[in-house]
Each structure stands twice: as C-alpha cells, then as structure tokens.
Design a binder for this molecule. Structure first.
Ligand code: CP
Ligand code: NVA
Length: 311
C-alpha cells in the first residue's frame, strides 16, 4: 500500500479548500492519470483502500465517476443512501461520521445543507469530499475548469458567462473565479440573483447582469444549468416562467467571443434551459466535461490520500 499523507485529514467541502498551487497540482495529475487510463496503463496506488459514497440525492455522473475512478486506482467503493442506512431513521450525522470514518479511507457525500458535510467532516478521521450540496458543487467545477484548460489553455484572465440560476454551480464558479483570477459574468432573472452577502460576490472578478446578451459579450465559455435544482421541485412551474428569457442557444453563443465553448454539468433539459442545437452542436464539450469528472476526482482523491505524488 502507498504511504498515507501525514497530519489531520484534508477535506474538499468547498472549491477554496484547495489553494491555487494545489489545484494546479491536481490538474497536472489529472492530465497524467487521464493519459494513463487512455493508454491502458494500470496505476493502482490505492489498493486495499475503501471509499464510502453517501447519497441523499440522486446521481448518475458523480456516482459512476467516483466508483469507477476509485476502482481504477486499485480501491473499492461502497454506495450508501439515506433510505437504506440509519441516517434515514434519524441517526446523527456526527455519529455516522465517527463510525464510517473508522472503517474507510475517504468519504464522498451528496446532500442538502452545506452544514451537513461540514458536521460530517468535523467528526471524520479521513478526508471528506463534497459531491454536491445545495450550496456548492466543487467536484463539477474542478472538471469544468480542467476541460476548459484542455481546450483553451490557462483560465487566468479569461471570461466565463454563467446564465440562469444563482445555484450551487454558480456559487462554486464564483469561488473559483476569485481563487484562479478569471472574470465571471453572471446573468440571473430578477429575484434569483447571487445573494448580496455571498463572500467574494463584490470582487473585481465578478460582474452581475440581468440581460444574458450583455453577460456573454467577450465570454470564452458560456455555461448554464437546470432552472430547478434537486430539492426545489415545488418551484419548477414558476421557475420555468421566470427563466424562459434565460434559455441559451446558438443566437446567444454568437454574441460571445469567437470559438467560445459551451458547458453544462448535466443532466440537461433540451428546449428548457438549453436549445438542442447548442448542446448537441460543435462548440459543446458537455460529454468530455462529464468524462473529466472521473479523471479530476481520481487526481483529487490521490492528492487527499497520498499528498504530492509525482510518479
Ligand atoms: N453533474 C452531476 O453532478 O451529475 P449527477 O447528478 O448525475 O451526479
Ligand atoms: N444545480 C443542479 C446540479 C445537478 C448536478 C442541482 O443541484 O440539482
């Protein structure tokens, strides 16, 4: 078994939990791990280790990316959900953390409130990774930025346009923009803006708009997400109405920088937040973005468990 990182566990609960230089290391390792996997080279530094994945919301990409990725690194993954564990019967999250983290080497959690992952991490003996909360989706932005860099080179100083809801994805882009120093243009409908109190929202890297056509000017990447995130289903009829002017399509893309890319974390609703011609068109990199979830998360887990690996 490879030596474990020393000291207290490092967690990835928000994007800014890693420094800029740590993120650069993770992106460099991602490139290496992706190439190895493409070339069919076995690399199993996590043989004998176990990942527990705790889902309180649905998932396709996050589950498969973590499970396949950890298996490729030589370890095994356990899938847990609320319904089939004592969490569903009210066991305190602190007790769940103390128990699970005595048995496994790393934990991924997808849940509702951000405070739940924080409470888990505060009681965990092993690294905890946020696999999406109502507030953040840091693993997705790791993959999105890696995908951008693969196609367009360094992201520093570039412009990303976020159109739609100021949700967990938007909040995470905001942290990333401040940390990695790129411009983030956010266009939201009235009443759905970034909260005024959100840390970093007033930095010079962030510009807020109501008009999506203004927000995409000069953008190197146009990105959006569902209008109704998991847990807000009761609001979906109203949101469909309020967000209708924020549907993204080729007409909007044509106002962005030449060669601007399109991303969406998926799942997508064609004809709702995005037109099929855009998401299925040549500027869309959504499926590479999805694949990169696995490569970036492998690099992240390698880093959290083993520290700086160069091999
Ligand atoms: N993008 C994303 O997190 O997808 P899943 O909900 O399928 O995991
Ligand atoms: N904002 C979406 C992302 C899904 C991957 C949600 O939270 O449902």
């Amino acid at each position: 078994m490879s030596p474990t990182r020393r000291g207290p566990p490092r967690h990835f609960l928000q994007f800014k939990d890693l420094s800029r230089s740590e993120l650069e290391h993770v992106f460099a390792r991602t490139r290496m791990l992706k190439t190895r996997q493409r070339d069919g080279v076995l690399y199993q530094p996590l043989k004998g280790r176990t990942l527990a994945m705790l889902f309180e919301k649905q998932s396709t990409r996050t589950r498969v990316a973590f499970e396949a990725g950890f298996t490729q690194l030589g370890g095994s993954a356990i899938y847990l959900n609320t319904k089939d564990t004592q969490l569903g019967r009210g066991e305190p999250i602190e007790d769940v953390a103390r128990v699970i983290s005595r048995m496994v080497d790393v934990v991924m959690i997808r849940t509702f409130e951000q405070t739940l992952v924080e409470r888990f991490a505060a009681n965990s003996f092993v690294p905890v990774i946020n696999g999406l909360t109502d507030e953040y989706h840091p693993c997705q932005i790791l993959a999105d930025i890696f995908t951008f860099i693969e196609h367009r080179g360094p992201i520093r100083g570039r412009t990303i346009a976020w159109i739609g809801d100021s949700n967990n994805m938007c909040n995470t882009w905001l942290q990333a923009a401040n940390l990695l120093e790129f411009h983030l243009h956010v266009a939201t409908p009235p009443g759905y803006e970034i909260e005024a109190t959100r840390e970093g929202a007033d930095s010079p890297w962030i510009k807020r708009f109501t008009d999506p056509q203004e927000a995409v000017v000069g953008a190197d990447l146009l990105t959006t997400d569902v209008w109704t995130s998991m847990g807000r289903e009761a609001e979906s009829a109203e949101r469909r109405e309020r967000f209708a002017p924020y549907r993204v399509g080729n007409a909007l893309l044509s106002l962005a920088a030449p060669e601007a890319l399109f991303m969406h974390c998926l799942p997508a609703h064609r004809g709702e937040e995005v037109e099929a011609e855009l998401i299925d068109g040549p500027r869309s990199v959504v499926f590479e973005e999805a694949e990169n979830r696995m490569h970036t998360q492998k690099a992240l887990m390698e880093y959290l468990l083993l520290g700086h690996v160069e091999a």
